[in-house]
Design a protein around this ligand. Structure first.
Ligand code: ADP
Length: 398
């Protein structure tokens, strides 16, 4: 069966088609500038040159219409007709406390996801637009929702309850939800496979270090804590997000700079993180380059970032009472040789011994700790799309 995976953003969408019998990627693509002048679809069939389509796409329905046409394109297509696409898996950011795993999309599911819009006002609406567009264009094709928050629903209350008046949780659902769940789940399952252990007998700490970054403590396949919170702003330092700060800073900056809470919130999301500290960029390649040339703030940004990851690894080691492995994944986790070295330095007493030579690698599944390291350090490229496609395939075939 061929499964189409869709990840809809506000003005962009990413897609992949996978052949599930072999779990192989048939094609992938990206539509950008949906509803904006200059809409473009970039498509890549595995093993072929890229194909580009520049036509106006005023909304998600038009964009998905062009994606579907491309999927049956004479030369760049991967199916002879749309009926060959057996199911669609949709990435959805927030399912609140409603879903702890992926589900087949029904009218009730859509209502539940609409209820979560206030929790993820930037993400759930475009996710829902993508589902609606697919349902209109492929009315007979089953669809599955795969949620970023779902994997974290196993967290115990002591991990997800904030120390604020309890009624904010009961009235408004203010609690830790956690994000990047599909990625943490994928790499934790791969980690168990690499260790030759059952997921149910494995303790891992997974570090998803991309533009957004989060770290998760997983015991026997169940999340016991994660660093992102009510929103993706909490936890690690990120490209442009501040991560953990003293909440009193918000009121202080509002008064000093004459800004509203929303304006400061925007600064904490878009102008903070390593960009805010370095003043150089949110991209670690630029920051590393600047640091190498002697830019002290760039060097400081790298140190603050590494220190925060280290801090959480230590915290999660304590919460898990020791771990079998620490996993690095996503853009920086997979490619950031220097950053992995900075994070893992001086952790021998916690059981982490990075092998500098093995660490000289990018984007490959590999053990990068020494043979003697009590805790394995693993590099595992994430594959959220494969996880979404597998869930979709399984649920449809149940
Ligand atoms: P997203 O969260 O947008 O999916 P990615 O997982 O693609 O992000 O990660 C993007 C981050 O990965 C960027 O900060 C980028 O600097 C970092 N990155 C990518 N390649 C490298 C590299 N070779 N060295 C260091 N950092 C890298």
């Amino acid at each position: 069966m061929k499964v189409l995976v869709i990840n809809c953003g506000s003005s962009s969408l990413k897609y992949q088609v996978l052949e599930m019998e072999t779990e192989s990627l048939l094609c992938k693509g990206l539509v950008e500038r949906i509803g904006i002048e200059g809409s473009v679809l970039k498509h890549e069939k595995t093993g072929m040159d890229k194909y580009k389509l520049e036509v106006p796409m005023k909304d998600h329905k038009e964009a998905i219409g062009h994606v579907l046409e491309t999927l049956i394109h004479e030369t760049h297509g991967v199916a002879s007709c749309m009926d060959e696409i057996g199911a669609v898996g949709h990435r959805v950011v927030h399912a609140g406390e409603k879903y702890a795993s992926s589900v087949r999309i029904t009218d009730d599911v859509i209502l539940a996801l609409q209820d979560c819009v206030s929790l993820a006002p930037l993400h759930n609406p475009p996710n829902l637009l993508g589902i609606a567009a697919c349902q209109e264009l492929m009315p007979d094709t089953p669809m599955v929702g795969v949620f970023d928050t779902a994997f974290h629903q196993t967290m115990p209350a002591e991990s997800y309850i904030y120390a604020i008046p309890y009624e904010y949780y009961t009235k408004y659902g203010v609690r830790r939800y956690g994000f990047h769940g599909t990625s943490h789940r994928y790499v934790s399952e791969r980690a168990a496979a690499m260790l030759g252990k059952k997921v149910s007998e494995t303790k891992v700490i997974t570090c998803h270090l991309g533009n957004g970054a989060s770290i998760t403590a997983i015991d026997g396949g169940k999340v016991i804590d994660t660093s992102m919170g009510f929103t993706p702003l909490e936890g690690l330092v990120m490209g442009t997000r501040c991560g953990d700060i003293d909440p009193a800073i918000i009121d202080f900056i509002c008064k000093k700079e004459g800004l509203t809470i929303s304006e400061v919130n925007n600064i904490l999301n878009k102008k903070s993180g390593v960009l805010g500290i370095s003043g150089v960029s949110s991209d670690f390649r630029d920051i590393e380059e600047a640091a190498l040339k002697g830019n002290e703030r760039a060097e400081l940004a790298l140190k603050v970032y590494a220190n925060k990851v280290k801090f959480y690894i230590g915290a999660y080691m304590a919460e898990l009472n020791g771990a079998d492995a620490v996993v690095f994944t996503a853009g920086l986790g997979e490619n950031g040789i220097l950053m992995r070295r900075m994070i893992c330095s001086d952790m021998e007493n916690l059981g982490l011994v990075l092998c500098p030579k093995r660490n000289e690698v990018k984007g490959q599944e590999k053990v990068i700790s020494t043979d003697e390291s009590p805790v394995r350090i693993l590099l595992i490229p994430t594959n959220e799309e494969l996880m979404i496609a597998k869930d979709t395939y399984e649920i449809i075939n149940k």
